[in-house]
Design a protein. Sequence first.
Length: 267
Amino acid sequence: MSSIANIAGVFRSFGPDRAELSVTEAATLLAIPKSSTSRLLKAMAEQGLLEQAAGSRRYRPGPLVIGLGKAGRGESRLIDRLQAMLADVVQVVGHTGYVSIRDGLEIFGVRMVPGWQDLRVARPAGTRMPAVATAVGRALLARLSDAALVKLLPETVEPVSPSAPASRAEVLARIAQARQQGWSEAEDEGHRGIGTIAVVVLDPATDEAASACVTYPITLMTEPERVRLRALLTEAAARLGAELGDPAWLRSPTPASASPTHRRRAS
């Protein structure tokens, strides 16, 4: 069997009843030696086609595959337009921007817009982060109904840092705040010394949502600059959301410049 056929066989092994795959299971399904299967899965993970589940040796579809799958379902229009929108904001503020999507309780970037500041944040596209402890994740979770949130969120929350939510109630409160104000903010949560402000736009034609965010070193962002960034992102998202017919942006969220200022434990 060719390498391409083996790769296709790995993907065919996933389904509603098998979200993850061990080396032993894959070797049995593909009918190839376990040593060859191990090398194949490792090589696929190195290229972003697979990834290992946290705390496990089992494999699941990787960020590259998930991102391409969403694009293939029609989200490319949304992601392309969010990237163009974000490029205009980044040109003004100089800090790095990301277009990201959510996969369950994790988020990862699918596009990056580099900033021009001498000191700027950069992480590889596809890096997974916990949704509850990120501005991007909470902005995306804010698009779910309360019933869907209660079903998705775990009963207990393990804070990833002192500034991150420490309970389910606190996660829900920050998500509710993001939903009300139209943007979400996090500082010193997922990564020490890093801040992020995020907005989300939904394309009703495909029912897909994606986030546009700007990430910055906290020491380089003054409060007036933070207020300005919130305004730039929400105004741009409102324009794009109105063009696409996003119900959340057809309404009028609280203007970013008039919203309460929060730091460290913000939304």
